[in-house]
Ligand binder design. Structure first.
Ligand SMILES: O=C([O-])CC(=O)C(=O)O
Ligand SMILES: [Mg+2]
Length: 542
């Protein structure tokens, strides 16, 4: 917004010749005013509504405030508060904030996409069908804020232009009765379609996306597990797309695991090849992470079979074994063939059998890592690796302060949602946040700049390795497993560089000009391309 006002200067101050702007408004600090307004709100949801209103009024100011206060604001726009925004979206709805494509648009999807105002300038779409928002289940058309929140991170964290970002919610119905009965519910009032109808819709949607936005990358977000895997398989070599919950989460957790394993092994000497990793939760994120880990292990020289043997998976029925009847497709690969005793159902019994070096939670079961579980992990390992990754915080498997207390501070910890530092027996401990927010902005930036036709497995893997290697000396000596969030722009640029190089190796890059640049020159180019918010654009006289 440009006021475009005539100005006079008095005593070094700028005063607009208008009665609608208070005389000294332009001489005050708008960022401080926004922060004060934000902090005056009492609930997370009120803060969320305030921030999204600010974004609408003045995007430059909004992103400046966000970039200067990431630790305070990201947990509002993103996990965990975005979960409340989704749960209540039909009730807090204020204005159009994204693109809805409805099951009722089937046969006309291209026309719907054409209504998006920034058309060909679009570079990145985050697409959800609302069927598994965080760990909150099927929220139907209320899922849009998750796409908006992810794109805020693309813009703030990777420097993608706001006009390149397209938040999309596919409105395909919901199986959650409560919404169907709510007179304010904003989605179509029907149950979700059967697989064949949904597949037809998704094929038309992806084809229409490619035609309408030829330069665009699609990030699939929070689809129910079976669909997440199916559409990734169906589309990953046909379109420029990836799945954040499978690949993004896989990549970010591999990265944190590598740094954790290094820390643990400096105490115990356990090499990577002897790690035993127990996954509590075998949905899209759990299996996505397990696959990323095993693929990395094979890169390190292990055979596929040896790599797979490092992994144990647990679902609601207990340790997943190959002899179990009716196993879902995505669980078969990691089902154990070397256990034939009675079914192991309690987590304590499973830990006693597996003796894991690392326990990863992707179950959405609050407090599943009880005191007994955590203490048992600590009795088995000098430095137990415990990652309760379920989102939002209300579904996290164990709180950070408990994990610190029950392990006497020995735990190496990363959660999906943010926790504050904890003081225990005089020492301050900082948690890691193993959230895909560290990785998808860089994967997206690298894919967009290299104009990669597809997102290959190597691109995702190299992103993870680049993130793991991005800790500063200070972060390493503070035993962090992820870098500090305030550095996300630099980290995203480094990840983007690794992603571009992997795209070149895999020969999927269409922008071949980068092939001739040194790493240093390419990194400079990436950083120069990052969009910078500047609220002076809103008030050009300052
Ligand atoms: O959004 C987040 O915080 C991480 C994520 O993808 C999920 O939990 O589905
Ligand atoms: Mg997600």
């Amino acid at each position: 917004m440009s006021l475009g006002l005539p100005l006079v200067a008095t005593n070094g101050h700028v005063v607009p010749l208008t009665t609608r702007i208070p005389p000294y408004f332009l001489n005050t600090d708008h960022r401080q005013r926004c922060l004060a307004q934000l902090r005056s709100k009492h609930t997370g949801l009120e803060k969320y509504i305030y921030l999204n209103g600010l974004k609408e009024r003045d995007p430059n100011l909004f992103y400046e405030v966000l970039l200067g206060n990431m630790l305070e604001i990201i947990p509002i726009l993103y996990t965990p508060t975005v979960g409340d925004a989704c749960s209540n979206y039909s009730h807090i709805w204020r204005r159009p904030e994204g693109l809805y494509v409805s099951i009722e648009h089937k046969g006309h999807i291209r026309q719907v996409l054409h209504t998006w105002p920034t058309g060909l300038a679009s570079r990145i779409a985050v697409v959800t069908d609302g069927s598994r928002i965080l760990g909150l289940g099927d929220l139907g058309a209320n899922g849009l804020p998750i796409s908006i929140g992810k794109l805020d991170l693309y813009i703030a964290g990777a420097g993608i232009k706001p006009t390149s970002a397209v938040p999309i919610c596919l409105d395909l119905g919901t199986n959650t009765e409560k919404f169907l009965e709510d007179p304010l519910y904003i989605g179509v009032r029907r149950k979700r379609p059967a697989t064949a109808e949904m597949d037809e819709f998704m094929k038309e949607f992806m084809e229409a996306m490619k035609e309408t936005f030829p330069q665009l990358l699609v990030q699939f977000e929070d689809f129910s597990t079976d669909n997440a895997f199916r559409y990734l398989e169906m589309f990953k070599t046909q379109y420029r797309c990836f799945n954040d919950d499978i690949q993004g989460t896989g990549s970010v957790v591999l990265s944190g695991f590598l740094n954790s394993a290094r820390l643990a092994s400096s105490a115990t000497g356990t090499p990577l090849s002897e790690q035993r990793i127990l996954f509590f939760g075998a949905g899209s994120a759990g299996i996505g992470v397990a696959k990323q880990l095993t693929s990395f292990f094979t890169l390190q020289g292990m055979s596929e079979d040896e790599a797979r043997k490092r992994i144990y998976t647990v679902d609601s029925k207990g340790l997943i074994t190959a002899d179990r009847k009716g196993l879902q497709e995505h669980k078969i690969y990691f089902a154990r063939t070397d256990y034939d005793g009675p079914a192991l159902t309690s987590l304590i019994d499973i830990i006693q059998y597996v003796k894991p070096t690392a326990l990863l939670g992707l179950s959405t079961i609050r407090n599943a890592f009880t005191e007994d579980v955590v203490r048992l992990m600590a009795s088995l390992n000098a430095r137990p690796i415990i990652f309760p990754l379920s989102n939002p915080v209300s579904l996290c498997e164990v709180d950070y302060s408990d994990a610190i207390k029950w392990t006497n501070g020995t735990v190496i910890f990363a959660s999906g949602s943010p926790y504050k530092a904890v003081k225990f027996e005089g020492k301050v401990y900082e948690p890691g946040q193993g959230n895909n927010m560290y990785i998808f902005p860089g994967i997206g930036l690298g894919t967009i700049l290299s104009e990669a036709r597809h997102v290959t497995d190597a691109m995702v893997e190299q992103a993870s390795i680049a993130l793991a290697g991005s800790l500063t000396d200070e972060e390493e000596s503070s035993e962090l497993v992820y870098p500090r969030l305030a550095r996300i722009r630099d980290i995203s640029a480094n990840i983007a560089l690794a992603v571009i190089r992997a795209a070149q190796t895999d020969n999927v890059d269409e922008n071949v000009l980068f092939r001739n640049l040194t790493d240093e020159a390419l990194l400079d180019y990436i950083k120069a391309k990052q969009w910078q918010p500047c609220s002076a654009h809103s008030y050009p006289h300052l």
